[in-house]
Design a protein around this ligand. Structure first.
Ligand code: SDX
Length: 359
């Protein structure tokens, strides 16, 4: 049995390739460098969905804007019962209200849902009324205006697009595998996306970026980094933002996102980036010393945390923002699974007690 299905090939896919030895990510034949910072979320979604919907338009900008406006109606269900939940639980509950299905209209609503619902939940939890989507804006710009109630600051929409594109798909990670298992039973795209959101929520997966900020705030000054990090490792804690099941070298997304942080902070708060780089260097040195048998490098979440913080997003909503990007990949994988896969049902080896032999 392979613990955690490590190194098990569970599907063939045309969607993305994660080369853990070389530190390379390819999405539908395009390298991450070709996509991050150069394409919008609408473009990478169309790239991922190409061939999986017969009626897929050439440009998803307007259909996705219409879908944001359509799902906004569900925000009225944001009752006080949801306000004391975490943002990802509240966003998941609102997403569950959408009708399930396998058609493009359902897919577009699901692609819009994490964006529209997260903005409404974050504002409601801050005591502010939700802001209606603006169909004249691109997806990332609209997310930011739904969150703040004003047009995005210079460079912010492009930085959010860089993030959403960078995390849009990543092979058979836990949440995408969960989505494929659910899709393989023909349960529908809505069910697959809800499974993806639920798996993503875990701190070993998409729940990691929020705790990266807690780690940085706990360290507070570069001089404290080594002592703080050594104490964490001594407690058996995992350092959030480091290590990966597949990458044995630096996650290529780390530098894609670090570049976006640098572009955003040009001429302003470069101190935060320099501090984070000092913490990263200390963490890598300590991991090499304490865990020499397992190459542990920076993963996507470390600079995700810095980028989303620079965009003014609350750490409690970082997992929701991850879902805003990954939802495009979950839907593509669900469609690919239905198009060519069978019901996913692996075997297990029973190690429990056996019935006593009949007397
Ligand atoms: C994502 O799969 C994907 O593609 C995911 C993702 C995506 O785009 O979908 O890339 C997104 O989830 C990135 C990872 C985000 N999570 C974190 O940053 C949380 C911290 N990282 C770890 O929990 C861990 O690295 C995992 C969960 C990401 C991967 O762990 P594995 O492959 O299951 O490895 P393991 O837990 O078996 O650890 C092996 C050894 C252990 O040493 P020993 O206990 O045997 O001595 O490495 C150590 C671990 O203790 N280790 C770490 C560590 N990660 C592994 N030690 C300290 N800090 C860490 N971060």
């Amino acid at each position: 049995m392979s613990d955690g299905l490590e190194d098990v090939v569970a599907a063939e896919t045309v969607l993305s390739e994660v080369d853990g030895k070389k530190g390379v990510l390819i999405i539908r034949g395009r390298s991450l460098d070709e996509l991050a910072g150069r394409t919008r979320f609408e473009d990478v979604t169309r790239l991922l969905w190409d061939g999986f919907f017969d009626d897929l338009p050439d440009d998803l900008t307007a259909p996705l804007a219409a879908a944001r406006a359509e799902v906004f109606g569900e925000v009225a269900a944001l009752d006080t019962g949801l306000l004391d939940r975490t943002p990802v639980e509240a966003m998941r509950a609102l997403t569950a209200r959408l009708a399930d299905g396998d058609d493009l209209a359902t897919a577009l609503r699901l692609a819009a849902a994490p964006a529209v619902f997260t903005a409404a939940v974050v504002r409601a939890q801050a005591g502010e009324a939700p802001v209606r989507p603006d169909p004249s804006l691109g997806h990332s710009a609209d997310i930011l205006q739904m969150l703040t109630g004003r047009p995005p600051e210079k460079g912010h929409a492009n930085a959010l697009d860089t993030y959403l594109v960078t995390v849009s798909d990543h092979g058979l990670n836990a949440s995408t595998f969960a989505a494929r298992v659910i899709a393989s039973t023909r349960a529908g795209l809505g069910s697959a996306v809800l499974g993806g959101i639920s798996a993503l929520k875990g701190p070993l997966h998409g729940g990691a970026p929020g705790p990266v900020i807690e780690m940085l705030d706990g360290i507070a000054h570069p001089a404290n980094a080594r002592a703080w990090l050594e104490a964490a490792i001594a407690r058996g804690d995992r350092l959030m933002g480091f290590g990966h099941r597949v990458y044995r070298v630096r996650d290529p997304r780390a530098d894609a996102l670090k570049g976006a942080v640098r572009r955003l902070s040009e001429g302003s708060n470069t101190g935060r980036l320099a501090f984070a780089e000092a913490v990263e260097a200390a963490a890598l040195a300590i991991l090499r010393e304490k865990k020499p048998d397992r190459p542990l490098d920076t993963n996507v979440e470390f600079y995700t945390a810095l980028l989303l913080e620079a965009l003014g997003l609350p750490p409690s909503a970082f997992t929701c923002v991850f879902a805003m990007g990954r939802v495009a990949g979950w839907i593509a994988h669900a469609r690919e699974q239905v198009a060519g896969g069978r019901l996913i049902r692996p075997q297990s080896r029973y190690v429990g007690p056996w019935p006593k032999q009949a007397a």
